[in-house]
Structures are given as structure tokens and as C-alpha cells.
Design a protein around this ligand. Structure first.
Ligand code: UDX
Length: 455
């Protein structure tokens, strides 16, 4: 099928590349000339396992092209995916200006029937607004072409996006019951047929319910995390191991094991933004989503917990103290630092007067960029960007782990002990067994595992 993807950000690029991999003829549009030039020269603007290979293979096969040409992009695809950004505006609601601009562009150029797919995470009712914006542009041109707007939210996880797209656990499609809506549904069915061969994975619903499903999923997952984080903080006080509790409750099939990991708080481009946006939608309809407000507040507090543990151990005034930080990306297998807990930790330690050495397996360039924005020049001068995990340790008082990269899971503890001034580890992702750490001679501070001191 002929497909156009509007926006070559994270979602757009993964969707475009994977649809090309399935044999479709994909046209990716972006207004950012530099991004298009990079993609056309074989580069990839984001770090995502497997993505570069899929893009390269399909470029070579002529199944995917990248361009800034709006008219050509509209002419190309019978199905037009809108996958542009929906950043939060000041009040937390999703800013739809890029989505609506994409809809207007389609209306300004289309001549025959098109399916418009909202792939961006958009609040309930956006489908209607996209329809209105597109219809307005068509009417202004005096063109009577028909179209239908479909909602098809993405559930990709960063770091596993290609895999998630190729092996979806569900495909959610919201469409209208009108004849155009049915025609659009038939085209979507054909497009996603390769995923439904063995068993049906598509859930068909109306557009609003599909839009809502995405927010409901992310809010539910964020709620589980905040709930576990709050229990972990209590566990710390009452002498309970939250990891034992996690196993104890996760084995109940009604609860399940996923997303029960206490830690340094959730970050990324989705959870914080989507929780806020759903709260905002509720407020517009005169409902106060009490649980989600708490989920957000707990997460904001949770990002401070690691730093508070450091202060509790080394004192309020950390001047003259130096710490090593492992893990800067908001989670492993990505260089994304949006809303990353590490940014809060760096700020906290610097505010208390400390200096830090930071290391991340892939996010170093991104860290240099975002920390230059977060910090003043004087503060930035107190951050050393280390070349390896071991390099980060030299001269440090203690090690603080913020992201659970695989490379941090079985480190050389003997070397760590020799390099650190004190054998103290603050582990924001509960990577190690406290007893084993104590046995290895460490003072180990996990999240919700009670403080275990070297005997
Ligand atoms: C999420 C959803 O999982 C995905 O379906 C949606 O499309 C986009 O948002 P993503 O933001 O890429 O994906 O990351 P995810 O793996 O879900 O982790 C989000 C955050 O929660 C990370 O900061 C992670 O460290 C944290 N987390 C996750 C926990 O603190 N505990 C857990 O048990 C799980």
C-alpha cells in the first residue's frame, strides 16, 4: 500500500520503517530539512535498537523515502499517518498545533479519498478537530474530495520500539460508522493484516474510545509505578524489602509481574505528559482525577529520593564531596533524557555543593546537551563527563546508579571498592541483592530495601 508518514520523530520513523519492512511504499515527510538530509544520507536522528538496519534495508530496496515536499507527500499516500509531536503546553494539555497543521496541509493538497490516521497521542475529541481542520481547507479550495479520520494510537516502548511494532500485543483502531469510516477501516485492516495472521490482535472501536485507550494504558502503568514507589518508601521505614513484596504480589495473576519495580521515578516522553494531559481533560469536563494527581505528585517526589538518601548519609552540605553517577537516560537502551530522574539528581547534588562525574553507555552526547540547558556555566563546570563506568568512579565518595543498563548489572565490585573513597552504593533501580552487597563489603542503599550497613 502507499503510505505517507507525517513527522519523522520517534513514532513516525519507527512506524514508517516497519511499514516499509512489511512491503509497503512509504513516504516520510518532515519539515526539518536537516533531519531529512540526515536520513537521506543514511543517518538516524535517534538511538533505537534495530532501527538503523531496518531503515537502511528499506532505503536500499526503494520502499522508503524522506522528503520535505508537502504536496508530494499528500499525493503519495492513500493512508496518511499523522505522527507529529504533541508537547505539553503550560497547563499540561497536549499542544495540537502540529497535528492540526498537518491536517490542514493534507486538505490543501488532496484530490481523492484519503484515510487520515492520528498516530500521535492526542486527547479525546482530536479526531473531530482534525476532521474540521481538513474539511475547512478543502472547502476553501472548493474541492469535494472525501476522507475519513481514524485513531490508531501507538504503544511502542523506547528501546524496544521496532520489536514492539513488529510483534504488537494489540492494535487499537478507532473509526467512524459512516461509509467513509467503513472504507477507512477496510484499508486499515489490509495494512495490518500481516500482524493478525495467527490470531486477531486488532480491537475495533469508535475514534474517541481509541484516543482514550492510549491515555488509560499509560496512566494505569504510571499508577502502578507510583504505587510501588510509595510502598517502597514505607518499606524503607518499616524494615521491609520491597523486592520480596513485589514477588509476593506479582504472582497473583490479577496483579501480574510487570511495572511493579520501585525505583528513582518514571521519566520519558510519555508517562509524565500523558498523565498530565488526562488530568487536564478531566478538569475540562469538571472532574478531578484524584488518583492521577497523586500519581504525578508521588513521581515528582520520587525523583528526589536518591539525592535525599545521599544527603542523609553524607550531610546537608556536600561541598568538597564528589559522586559518581551511572545512568543518565530515563531508561536503558535509549539516549532519551526527557524527564529523566538523573537530571533531578544532578541538580540536587550540585545544589548541595557536590561535584559529580556522570556516565551513560549511549546518552553522553544528549547529556551534554540537556545538562547545558539545565545548569549554569558554573554548575556545569562541576560536572565531569566520564569515558567509562570505571572512569566515573575515581575520586568519588560513593556511586549512585540511576538507570538499569545491562552493563551495570554485574560490575567489577572489587575494582569499585578500590576506586571509591567509601564503599557506598546508592542503587536507584534495585539491581543487586542487599545481603550479597553487604557480604562484598559495601554499604548498600536500595529503594525500599531498608538501609543495610556494612557489619
Ligand atoms: C511507555 C509505554 O510503556 C508505551 O506503551 C507507550 O507507548 C509510551 O510510554 P516508554 O516511555 O518508552 O513507554 O518506557 P517504559 O518502559 O514504559 O518506562 C517508562 C518509565 O517508567 C521509565 O522511566 C522506567 O524506568 C519507569 N518504570 C517502568 C519504573 O520505574 N518501574 C517499572 O516497573 C517500569
Amino acid at each position: 500500500m502507499k503510505i505517507t508518514i507525517i513527522g519523522t520523530g520517534y513514532v513516525g520513523l519507527v512506524t514508517g520503517a516497519c511499514l516499509a519492512e512489511l512491503g509497503n511504499d512509504v513516504f516520510c515527510l518532515d519539515l526539518d530539512q536537516r533531519k531529512i538530509d540526515l536520513l537521506n544520507s543514511g543517518g538516524i536522528p535517534i538511538h533505537e535498537p534495530g532501527l538503523a538496519e531496518v531503515v537502511a534495508r528499506n532505503r536500499a530496496a526503494g520502499r522508503i523515502q524522506f522528503s520535505t515536499d508537502v504536496a508530494a507527500s499528500v499525493a503519495h499516500g492513500d493512508v496518511q499517518f499523522i505522527a507529529v509531536g504533541t508537547p505539553p503546553d503550560e497547563d499540561g494539555s497536549a499542544d495540537l498545533q502540529y497535528v492540526l497543521a498537518a491536517a490542514r496541509n493534507i486538505g490543501q493538497h488532496m484530490t481523492g479519498f484519503k484515510v487520515i490516521v492520528d498516530k500521535s497521542t492526542v486527547p479525546v475529541g482530536t479526531g473531530d478537530r482534525v476532521k474540521a481542520a481538513l474539511q475547512e481547507a478543502l472547502t476553501a479550495r472548493g474541492v469535494a474530495a472525501t476522507f475519513s479520520v481514524v485513531s490508531n494510537p501507538e504503544f511502542l516502548k523506547e528501546g524496544a520500539a521496532v520489536e514492539d511494532f513488529m510483534r504488537p500485543d494489540r492494535i487499537v483502531i478507532g473509526h467512524d460508522k459512516t461509509p467513509e469510516g467503513q472504507k477507512a477501516a477496510a484499508m486499515m485492516k489490509k495494512l495490518y493484516a500481516p500482524f493478525n495472521r495467527n490470531h486477531e490482535r486488532t480491537f475495533w472501536m469508535d475514534v474517541r474510545s481509541a484516543e482514550f485507550t492510549k491515555y488509560a494504558a499509560n496512566s494505569m502503568l504510571a499508577t502502578r509505578i507510583s504505587f510501588m514507589n510509595e510502598l517502597a518508601n514505607l518499606a524503607d521505614r518499616v524494615g521491609v524489602d520491597i523486592e520480596a513484596v513485589r514477588h509476593g504480589i506479582g504472582s497473583d495473576p490479577r496483579i501480574g509481574h510487570s511495572f511493579l519495580y520501585a525505583g528513582a521515578g518514571y521519566g520519558g516522553s510519555c508517562f509524565p505528559k500523558d498523565v498530565q494531559a488526562l488530568e487536564r481533560t478531566a478538569r475540562q469536563y469538571d472532574q478531578d482525577l484524584l488518583i492521577l494527581r497523586a500519581v504525578e505528585a508521588v513521581n515528582d517526589k520520587q525523583k528526589l529520593v536518591l539525592g535525599q538518601k545521599v544527603v542523609k548519609r553524607f550531610g546537608e552540605d556536600l561541598s568538597g564531596h564528589h559522586f559518581a553517577i551511572w545512568g543518565l537516560a530515563f531508561k536503558p537502551n535509549t539516549d532519551d533524557m526527557r524527564e529523566a530522574p538523573a537530571r533531578v539528581l544532578v541538580r540536587q547534588l550540585l545544589d548541595a555543593g557536590a561535584t559529580v562525574a556522570v556516565y551513560d553507555p549511549v546518552a553522553m552526547e544528549e547529556a551534554k546537551r540537556v545538562l547545558a540547558l539545565d545548569l549554569s556555566a558554573d554548575e556545569l563546570a562541576r560536572v565531569r563527563f566520564a569515558s567509562s563506568p570505571i572512569d566515573a568512579l575515581s575520586g568519588a565518595e560513593a556511586l549512585v546508579i540511576v538507570t538499569e543498563w545491562k552493563a551495570f548489572r554485574s560490575p567489577d565490585f572489587v575494582k569499585i571498592k578500590t576506586l571509591l573513597k567509601h564503599a557506598v552504593i546508592f542503587d536507584g533501580r534495585n539491581l543487586f541483592a542487599p545481603e550479597a552487597m553487604v557480604e562484598a563489603g559495601f554499604e548498600y542503599h536500595g529503594i525500599g530495601r531498608s538501609i543495610l550497613t556494612r557489619s
